[in-house]
Design a protein around this ligand. Structure first.
Ligand code: FES
Ligand code: FES
Length: 152
């Protein structure tokens, strides 16, 4: 079945089954591997992308639900890695192994889009579904505060 999806401002016509997870389409069909597979059960957040600006777990989101919509992956968050969240991430050396980090960044960017000045509690609530096995949570929170214009 041909499904048309816009990924990072490029329209793709994908020959896929409608129930294929969006993550599969992004990685294996469109060839964008910045989005990671963690649990495959919507439990870890590693696969987070934006669909029409909203964060979704692409491992558990059928590709057909994204038809005609705008998908943004980590590769499309900014042209040169200069999104405020990415800048803050680099400034504070947030990643350890890095595996969870594209999902963390996409979740954080969506948070700041809907709430440009979140409280610490709001940050913790928004990020609570993104698991980091390396335990970088303190740096993640500090980087979000920095990106929001705080003084971390
Ligand atoms: S891989 Fe999608 S939430 Fe874990
Ligand atoms: S940086 Fe290793 S899992 Fe998060």
């Amino acid at each position: 079945m041909a499904i048309e999806i816009t990924i990072n401002d490029t329209t793709h016509t994908l020959d896929v089954e409608p129930d294929m997870p969006l993550l599969w389409a992004i990685r294996d069909v469109a060839g964008l591997t910045g989005t990671k597979f963690g649990c495959g059960k919507a439990l870890c957040g590693a696969c987070t992308v934006h669909v029409d600006g909203q964060p979704v777990r692409s491992c558990s989101y059928p590709v057909s639900a994204a038809a005609g919509r705008n998908v943004t992956t980590i590769e499309g968050l900014s042209a040169d890695g200069d999104h405020p969240v990415q800048v803050a991430w680099r400034a504070l050396n947030v990643p350890q192994c890095g595996y969870c980090q594209s999902g963390q960044i996409m979740t954080a960017a969506a948070l700041l889009e809907r709430n440009p000045a979140p409280t610490r509690a709001e940050i913790d609530a928004a990020m609570s579904g993104n698991i980091c096995r390396c335990g970088t949570y303190t740096r993640i929170r500090a980087a979000i505060e920095r990106a929001a214009g705080g003084d971390s």
